[in-house]
Design a protein around this ligand. Sequence first.
Ligand code: MRU
Length: 336
Amino acid sequence: LKVDCNGAKRDIRALWFSGRKLMMIDQRCLPHRVRVEEYRDHTEVATAIRDMVVRGAPSIGAAAAYGMCLAAMNDSDLLMAAKVLKAARPTANDLFFAVDHMLTRLSDGEDPVKAANAYADTIVNRCRTIGENGAPLITEGGRVMTHCNAGALATVDIGTALAPMRVAWEQGRKFFVYVSETRPRLQGMRLTAWELQNEGIPYAIIADSASGFYMRKGVDLIIVGADRITANGDFANKIGTYEKAVIAKALDIPFYVAAPISTFDLSLPTGDEIPIENRGEEEVIVIEGHAIAPAGATAFNPAFDVTPHEYVTGFITEAGILRPDEVRKIGGSDGE
Ligand code: MRU
């Protein structure tokens, strides 16, 4: 993740461990300020996940792994800590996967810092492989569309949906990215645009409602991330993903979902069982501190939607590109 820190270009992760502290970029301050916050115990980490200091399924998982590490270092009750961390947000599978992974490692007597660092490194390595597996889908002169932020910020480093773009760019291909703004929290406009700009990859931000317009004009490929993928190949991702997938199918545009194994939840048969987070209505009706709607207005704010498997061309994973009916093959793997 290339960032401009006080005028100097640095290559850092979205979160890392230093001394006895977890350091995390406060993603709510981007793109205008790179602010790094410090966390010393698991309750602070849980609050940071809930308040979206850190967001994106794999980054949430890594933050929770470090939260478990801090709980072990502080001699806190590990089962209680696991409960507190798992309650932070309901939809991303990586959160539960990472906490369970750490519980096993810690009960095996592993060093907490080594175990959490290994978890974060594994995610980054998997993202690199996702990038290599997905890059051939991006052709010279191609027009790619993405939604929300499934970049380095969302995955410790490199990204899932953005990983094939980074690799294709490194391989010297020229292409163009449509970035949908992603109301209400604007992860596309604030975070994905910032990451692409730092890499020098050409892009334009479009209003969410302009996606269909540009798809009709000519989009060659859509790549999004995922928060949870179920056994039948349905998946949850940021609200607004579903309508892109439906339009893509209507127009015969390949629609890919990039995600590591930690995002797959084969215990759920279909997407209907995925818990969908509802967030506060102020995220919809208050913009940068300004109330836009009439006083007393009501708003609904589901953070994710579920896209049925029939709209998915393939899942780009570290194990290769899988069709939805091949998702069950993923079963039985752990975090390392
Ligand atoms: O609410 P967020 O910002 O945590 O939602 C993130 C997304 O929906 C991403 O697209 C998804 O987590 C994939 S991140 C690699």
